[in-house]
Write a protein that binds this ligand. Structure first.
Ligand SMILES: C[S@@+](CC[C@H](N)C(=O)[O-])C[C@H]1O[C@@H](n2cnc3c(N)ncnc32)[C@H](O)[C@@H]1O
Length: 358
């Protein structure tokens, strides 16, 4: 399959947009006929390693408008602005993923499961698909996953030794990064197909967290269900001991790019409330998301309804008076360093929710 077929509900993450010819990187077809790829992402230790156009840490002040007094002017005094070429040629360098090698196309699932990490301490290998229908978006990697991973890598001491719950983990990239610092990461999502892919990614990257005896447990956690799945027939079910451990020890909940559908966002916030208010200790939740702007005929303007709904849910959580918990919401400035190469656009945001017992 050389070409990715776009259907009306097909979405493609910007992370995968600049991949070269997909057929070179395709590994196999998954159970539902989607091409599967393995990409390698380097964790940059030194900001100098990054392409200056996209990779260097973006600080808040750099996002504000440039000082026009520095911009050259023509003879009439008009600003002489250098414009992007209109011929479709992208003059920015391709930003990510950083493809370091190509995978063989003939590996079977079993081969992949038994594949060892390549021993390189700064490379994360992620199996993913591209251009999925909406219900399969978790099989792609989204920029919010990198933003959250950057934040965690910039706050390693904060997460050191912690128990962390990730909601809507998708391919598992952020959980893998988190486990480099945390002791236990419950990496959760829905769907056996997706969770199996996530588990394969965890297996592919064990060298990043096993030496320090950290662990990642891939488990099913559906925001539209009322409770944890404990059905032993389900491959990614929870044991009673795990549920107890989660409640006794979780200090952080994380979620990347999980607010794109209002019903799911409602379910996510219900789950967040239910779990954090049952934790033994106060907890901090970090939510990253990308504000996706669309022109709508209804508004006759650019709007971002999914983002507005997310902000509404945050407000509701903060104003909640259940007599047992308080929730405090803060925006986190994304001025922390970038450890992955991706375009940290200003629409990427990180939010912090602190849950405390009254
Ligand atoms: C846009 S993807 C983000 C994946 C990953 N966090 C990332 O940023 O690359 C949204 C994720 O939410 C998950 N999700 C959607 N509905 C869910 C539900 N009802 N319960 C749990 N997870 C759900 C999807 O499976 C998917 O993995």
């Amino acid at each position: 399959m050389d070409e990715v077929t776009f259907k009306s509900d097909t979405v493609l993450s910007d992370v995968h947009l600049l991949l070269p010819n997909s057929s070179h990187l395709m590994k196999r077809l998954n159970g539902v006929g989607q091409p599967v790829f393995i990409s390698k992402f380097r964790i940059l230790q030194n900001c100098d390693e990054k392409d200056s156009s996209v990779g260097s840490p973006i600080h808040e002040h750099e996002r504000e408008g440039a000082d026009v007094s520095d911009v050259p002017r023509d003879e009439d005094g008009d600003l002489d602005v250098v414009r992007r070429p209109r011929n479709g040629t992208c003059h920015r360098d391709a930003v990510c993923p950083v493809i370091l090698s190509q995978s063989a196309t003939t590996l079977s699932d079993q081969d992949e499961d038994s594949e060892e990490g390549d021993g390189t301490s700064d490379i994360i290998r992620i199996e993913h698909t591209m251009a999925t229908p909406l219900e399969d978006v978790g099989k792609q990697i989204w920029r919010g996953a990198f933003l959250l991973a950057d934040f965690i890598l910039s706050q390693v001491n904060l997460f050191k030794g912690a128990t962390v719950l990730e909601l809507g983990a998708g391919t598992g990239l952020t959980s893998i990064v988190t486990a480099m610092a945390a002791k236990t990461v419950y990496c959760t999502d829905v769907g056996v197909d997706l969770l199996s892919m996530c588990q394969r990614n965890v297996n592919l990257n064990k060298q990043h967290f096993e030496p320090q005896e950290s662990e990642i447990r891939v488990r099913q956690l559906d925001w539209l269900a009322d409770d944890f799945c404990t059905d032993p027939d389900s491959e990614f079910c929870w044991t009673e001991a795990e549920i107890a451990d989660l409640h006794d020890n979780t200090a952080f909940v994380i979620a990347a790019d999980v607010c794109y559908d209002d019903d799911l966002t409602d379910g996510l916030f219900r789950t967040l409330y239910r779990i954090t208010s049952n934790l033994r200790c106060p907890s901090i939740t970090y939510l990253s998301l990308e504000k996706r702007l669309n022109f709508t005929l209804r508004h006759m303007d650019v709007s971002c309804e999914a983002y507005d709904h997310f902000r509404h849910c945050l407000d509701q959580l903060e104003q909640m008076t259940d007599g047992k918990n308080t929730f405090t919401v803060e925006a986190v400035k994304s001025s922390f360093p970038q450890f992955f190469q991706y375009e940290r656009v200003e629409q990427l945001e990180l939010w912090k929710v602190t849950a405390e017992r009254l």
